[in-house]
Design a protein around this ligand. Structure first.
Ligand SMILES: Nc1ncnc2c1ncn2[C@@H]1O[C@H](COP(=O)(O)OP(=O)(O)OP(=O)(O)O)[C@@H](O)[C@H]1O
Length: 316
């Protein structure tokens, strides 16, 4: 029996893990709603794979606990394994066999009914029917990733872990993988993915957590994370150096930053239309001709850099 019956697919509390003397996870807490897509963002070596391995019962934490659909990963590993599938960065298919053979073999190993039908259905779903009888050795990186994911879906897992699913893929294959992940999410499974790409997390996830130096430094929806940065910018472009210089003096109180090469001025705002109108009116009243203007909202890149640098400042 699950030890809890709430709406959470993943609950992680106070997770700690050290390799020898190096503390990789220093008390990680987060929760993921059933049926949602969660992205764990972190730079190289932040500990993302360590978290996935712990949740997939491949690694014991030093302290803290984690539950998958209510089952404790340390106490009920068998039940947890029945709930999940794990697709890692290293592809787990057999290169001598064809795509169809790989899928049939895995379905048989898992004692699933109708392995042939299940294989065909997955080949169709992952757009691999044309290549179904070719040896995997002839597949592209994107096709191998799709097959790997198809294999992990055999047995209908309810929580799917994708460790950096698009690392190393070309842009076209990455977009194809994004579509597959979105379809998975629509089918009601919980998707947990790790990524180093902010754009990917922004595109796919309902919830994003940023892992940095062993703890979660930010956690929320993409919009919430962007809102945590209170300010946006109004970017003004001028046709002449003189106009740029006049505008810089006019907006000095707004912490304006000028870029002389591009003749632009970036003015910090609170992001409201009212304030932007006020700034534009002020420029018009001072007879400063603006060639172009654009509102720049904070990107996830800004969010990530802000949180990481805040953490650094705090620890100095
Ligand atoms: N078995 C191990 N023994 C010692 N150190 C390890 C072991 N596994 C991982 N580490 C270290 O722990 C840290 C976190 O590794 P982890 O693989 O979890 O990071 P990651 O965020 O997934 O990184 P990447 O994006 O590069 O895959 C790294 O510094 C890594 O070198």
């Amino acid at each position: 029996m699950p030890t809890t019956t709430n709406n959470l697919a993943i609950e992680v509390k106070g997770l700690k893990k050290a390799y020898k003397n190096v503390e990789v996870l220093r008390g990680v807490d987060f929760a993921v709603q059933k049926g949602s897509t969660f992205a764990l963002l972190g730079s190289n070596g932040a500990g993302k794979t360590t978290i996935i391995k712990t949740l997939a019962t491949l690694l014991q934490p030093d302290s803290g606990n984690a539950k998958i659909n209510g089952y404790d990963v340390s106490v009920q590993p068998e039940q947890v394994r029945n709930e999940i599938s794990l697709t890692g960065q290293s592809v787990t298919v057999d290169y001598i066999l064809s795509g169809r053979e790989n899928l049939r073999m895995m379905a048989k190993l898992r004692h699933l009914p109708n392995p042939d039908n299940q294989a065909d259905e997955l080949l169709r779903r992952f757009d691999l029917l044309d290549a179904a009888d070719r040896r995997i050795a002839t597949y592209s990186g994107g096709m191998c990733r799709r097959l790997d994911l198809a294999m992990s879906l055999l047995g209908n897992p309810r929580v799917i872990f994708l460790d950096e699913p698009t690392t190393g893929l070309d842009p076209q294959s990455r977009i194809a993988m994004w579509e597959i992940i979105k379809d998975l999410a629509k089918s009601g499974v919980t998707v947990f993915l790790t990524t180093q790409y902010l754009e990917e997390a922004d595109h796919l996830a309902d919830q994003i957590a940023i892992l940095h130096e062993g703890t979660i430094v930010a956690n929320g929806s993409p919009a919430e994370l962007k809102n945590l940065l209170p300010r946006g910018h109004l970017e003004l472009r001028f046709d002449h150096e003189a106009a740029l210089s006049k505008a810089r003096d006019l907006f000095i109180e707004y912490n304006a930053t000028a870029d002389e090469n591009n003749l632009t001025l970036s003015v910090i705002t609170d992001g409201t239309t009212k304030q932007m109108l006020k700034l534009l009116t002020k420029a018009a009243d001072a007879e400063i001709e603006i060639a172009e203007f654009a509102q720049k909202l904070p990107t996830l890149e800004d969010v990530f850099l802000t949180f990481v640098s805040n953490e650094k400042e705090r620890s100095l």
